[in-house]
Design a protein around this ligand. Structure first.
Ligand code: GLA
Length: 381
């Protein structure tokens, strides 16, 4: 996969510029469980995947920087001396954000040229944005000898998203994309920002991603709203983050918050416990338990945290009658994107056919099915 992408990016680069570039592969991610727990300093269980973004970069010998997005066939020109977020800037803001955050740290960056392309379906909740940010931050670090650690780089990537894109995201996506390990998922503590890699063996089962191919409007403001609720509740509880709260604590302040806020905070507290249970069940190889936790997670996301949508609920509900599917849930920030399903390998084809048909009948549009491999993180190639 990455080979083809690399070739495409390199060809395009060579057509445009006459210097030899350095090339970075930066993967997207899935998340087994632990949604909206990262900005609550809790636990998550993501993994980098074998789909991602390839970026080719070299120093520019002119006064300007030029970027070309192969998939969108869009070019953008700017100078590093004059960087500000663009209104409706799309992909440009992720890159400008990275440059700006590097500059805020006093890092000297000259103008550069870059070309990139990817194979992560956009809007699928597989973090094409973190892949893009990480690809650029690692590439620029290398190109200008900035000597940043990978840890420093992911915080730069995250801040780019906060300040230039306007999404107050947690650290899960950037961490998973940067630090992914082949065949493993990362049991990530978002407070210490340390992870334990777990080798993932699902025996006769596998993961199936089903993309609803919808991305509902307002998902960004709804995301920031959720985060604000969590911060409000932890302020009232007088704790650093909901990571530090129990249901009992929450019950003590129930009268001080709305029912909606109570349900959302409770979701976070429960999801955090589920991630820890999930890690135990992986150790035991208890797939039934894993599946059950996925269903519980979806119920919480849909009914309490309220970040699902009818397409995602439909996809999850349609797995419930199938004894060969142990669990399913929406994945990522929500309001569209993918579900992640734990399915018997021998059932994959039949269910793919069945759900594709049912989805089309119900929503008059196609869903897409992917299987992914767990892969290494952002790297020079
Ligand atoms: C998005 C954010 C992450 C995380 C997830 C939900 O992907 O970028 O930081 O909060 O949503 O788990």
């Amino acid at each position: 996969m990455a080979k083809k992408l690399k070739k495409k990016v390199l060809n395009s680069f060579e057509n445009r510029f006459d210097t030899a570039p350095l090339i970075v592969f930066s993967p997207g991610r899935i998340n087994l469980i632990g949604e909206h727990t990262d900005y609550n300093e809790g636990f998550t269980f993501p993994a980098a995947i074998n789909k991602g973004i390839v970026v080719a970069l070299s120093k520019s010998n002119t006064e300007k920087s030029q970027i070309y997005a192969v998939d969108k066939k869009e070019a953008y020109e700017f100078t590093v001396q004059d960087i500000a977020p663009l209104e409706n800037g799309g992909w440009r803001n992720y890159i400008l954000g990275v440059v700006s955050e590097l500059q805020k740290l006093g890092k000297k960056i000259g103008n550069f040229n870059a070309v990139f392309a990817g194979n992560i379906p956009s809007g699928a909740g597989m973090s094409s944005s973190a892949a893009l940010e990480n690809g650029f931050v690692l590439g620029l670090n290398e190109l200008f000898g900035l000597q940043l650690s990978k840890k420093e780089m992911i915080f730069i990537a995250q801040k780019a998203e906060h300040n230039f894109v306007g999404v107050k995201c947690g650290i899960m996506d950037q961490f998973a994309s940067m630090f992914g390990i082949k065949n493993s998922a990362l049991f990530l503590d978002c407070r210490t920002v340390q992870a334990d890699p777990y080798h993932i063996d699902l025996y006769e089962y596998k993961l199936m991603l089903i993309n609803s191919n919808v991305k509902h409007d307002l998902s960004e403001s709804a995301y920031n709203d959720r985060r604000a609720v969590c911060e409000k509740v932890s302020d009232i509880l007088n704790v650093n983050a909901l990571r530090d709260a129990s249901k009992k604590d929450l019950d003590c302040i129930r009268q001080q918050i709305s029912e909606e806020e109570y349900q959302k905070a409770l979701y976070v507290i429960n999801e955090n416990l589920r991630v820890q249970q999930f890690s135990e069940s992986i150790k035991k190889g208890d797939l039934v338990d894993l599946g059950d936790l996925l269903y519980q997670s979806h119920k919480g996301l849909s009914e309490h945290y309220k970040v699902s949508c009818s397409e995602l609920d439909f996809l999850v509900n349609n797995t419930k009658e199938n004894p060969n599917i142990l669990g399913a849930r929406m994945m990522g920030g929500g309001f569209g994107g993918c579900t992640i399903n734990l399915i018997l390998k021998s059932e994959y084809k039949a269910f793919k056919k069945e759900i594709t048909k049912k989805f089309k009948e119900r929503f008059k549009k196609e869903c897409s099915i992917y299987s992914v491999k767990l892969a290494d993180g952002t790297q020079l190639i």
